[in-house]
Design a protein around this ligand. Structure first.
Ligand code: FAD
Length: 494
């Protein structure tokens, strides 16, 4: 295996005789015509050049193709399209902003069902603190709609200007505010979903308490489009923070990072919203390759933490609390140096270091990525063991672990040794994955913390999950999508 393999033909395509193939293609053309009639010219794309961007994905690991891109304008159109596809056994690949990092939205034949036109704000309930939006609304627009309603929607991640809320829910996205507000799953109260056979499940209940049978919405959150199409969601809102303080601390060890986390969490409680790890190597990559990024400190340190506290109460002394935490940490030697952002520009400059690390890794050559999580109490052990193991396997490999350490989630990325052959390095992708994932799993962790499974981690799911767990997942898939038309070939084989 070199790098993760390209896309393979859809599972539901089998070899046909030429007569069968003619009849089949006539039949398929009729189905496509019927779908085109449902969505109209604005909802239909079949020119190869116009479909190009729907076939690729963020990291360039996979490229797929489809017969057409279908852009329904409302839930009823989604339902009609799915009914037609189900009857014909035509594969449907749901796609939001196509920013996912595991190849989950890449088509392998069939049609792409894009949610681009499902972008309406359906309802605001200020007292209930909820927003009901269609699934194709861009995350940044959801945040803005919440703000216009005098509230706050906390899901925030690097792709928020282009990812769509249906994609966020379908991948159970995490991001930078999980510490305080949880994952996408924790932010949804109700869903509207079109099932594979075209039935519409209206579960748009804005209830914070509802113990009436199985909680179906959680089946579709994180299902990566394999069980149905999310068409709308009722989302939880929160009071808008009126103050926010951001600090960056420099530290000598991962143990010190975790000590600081404990102090910050205990002192700030629910006001601690982000706690992000940056390694010296990540800061250097960003400094060398990203214009405008500067080292905030005069001396080099092995580790940095970017942490943030926010409060909806004007009277909270956030800055004072952060200063107290840092002063105490200086005294114990936990923190070697620290800066507190004194302006919005300074805050943005600090976040820019953290957010540009993946981009800054690109000019450094091949990069093998991991998205693991372990309990916070095992983070240090994970970092030491995983670093030693990959360095032993590939001498000179440049480990660049960063990310949401406050959630126990580390993007344990490996940059190729300086001067190494990129293809030869990337050829060891799966070998490195196995080393790192084995260590994470042995520490009661996971091989996929927030990006999902898609195509990239299908083998890992099959390897690490128990037969009972896999069979439960398969039975759910067979029940909800008996003809296997929903994103076939992704997540798990049925
Ligand atoms: P897509 O990529 O279009 O789709 C993702 C999956 O969901 C696919 O399997 C697709 O079939 C399915 N899907 C999409 N819409 C629907 C729907 N309406 N119904 C059913 N299935 C659907 N992720 C994190 O968790 N945390 C981060 O901090 C983070 N940072 C990122 C930063 C950058 C710069 C980038 C590029 C990505 C980042 N991601 C992060 C990845 C993240 O998962 C995606 O950005 C986002 O959540 C996916 O939304 P999307 O609309 O682009 O979905």
């Amino acid at each position: 295996m070199t790098r993760p393999s390209g896309v393979s033909p859809p599972d539901n395509v089998t070899a046909l005789s030429s007569a069968d193939a003619d009849a089949n293609s006539r039949g398929m053309n009729q189905v496509l015509d019927a779908i085109r009639t449902v969505v109209g010219p604005r909802g239909w794309i079949d020119e190869a050049s116009d479909m190009e961007s729907y076939g690729g994905e963020e990291r360039g690991l996979y490229r797929g193709s489809c017969l057409a891109v279908v852009r329904p304008a409302d839930t009823a159109e989604v339902a009609q399209v799915l009914r037609l596809c189900d009857e014909a056994g035509l594969a449907v690949y749901p796609q939001g902003g196509n920013t996912g990092l595991v190849g989950g939205a890449v088509p392998q034949g069939g049609i792409v069902l894009s949610t681009e036109r499902l972008s309406r704000l359906r309802a605001v309930d200020a007292l209930n603190h909820t927003l009901t939006v269609e699934s194709g609304m861009i995350l940044a627009d959801v945040q803005r709609a919440a703000e216009e309603a005098g509230a706050y929607f906390p899901l925030s991640l690097g792709a928020e200007g282009s990812c769509r809320i249906g994609g966020n829910l379908s991948t159970n996205a995490g991001g930078i505010n999980v510490l305080r507000y949880g994952n996408a799953r924790d932010l949804v109260l109700g869903l509207e979903v079109v099932l594979a056979d075209g039935r519409i499940w209206d579960g748009l209940r804005g209830l914070r308490k509802d113990n009436s049978g199985y909680d179906l919405k959680h089946l579709f959150v994180g299902a990566e489009g394999t069980l149905g199409v999310i068409t709308a969601a009722t989302l939880k809102l929160f009071p808008h923070p009126v103050q926010r303080e951001t600090a960056m601390a420099a530290l000598g060890s991962v143990e010190a990072v975790l000590d600081l986390f404990k102090e910050a969490r205990d002192a700030l409680g629910g006001l601690l919203t982000a706690f992000e790890l940056i390694p010296r190597r990540g800061l250097e990559f960003a400094q060398f390759h990203i214009p405008g990024v500067a080292d905030p400190f005069p001396t080099h340190y092995p580790w940095y933490v970017l942490f943030e506290a926010a409060s909806p109460r004007p009277g909270d002394d956030l800055r004072g609390t952060l200063e107290t935490i840092l002063e105490a940490a200086f005294e114990t030697g936990t923190v070697a140096d620290a800066v507190l952002a004194d302006s919005l520009g300074r805050r943005q400059a600090l976040w820019r270091i953290r957010e540009t690390i993946p981009e800054a890794q690109k000019p450094e050559g091949g990069s093998i990525k991991h998205d693991v999580a372990v309990p916070i109490s095992r983070v240090a052990e994970f970092m030491h063991r995983a670093t030693a193991a990959v360095e032993a396997a590939i001498p000179g490999v440049r480990v660049c672990p960063f990310g949401h350490v406050g959630d126990g989630n580390i993007h344990f990325n490996l940059s190729q040794p300086v001067g190494a052959d990129t293809d030869a390095f990337l050829a060891r992708w799966h070998e490195m994955n196995r080393i790192v994932h084995d260590i994470a799993v042995s520490l009661d962790g996971t091989f996929s913390a927030e990006h999902g499974i898609g195509l990239l981690k299908k083998d890992d799911l099959a390897h690490y999950r128990s037969p009972v767990e896999l069979e439960l997942m398969r039975s759910l898939k067979r029940t909800l999508d008996p003809r296997n038309i929903m994103n076939p070939g992704k997540l798990l084989d049925v």
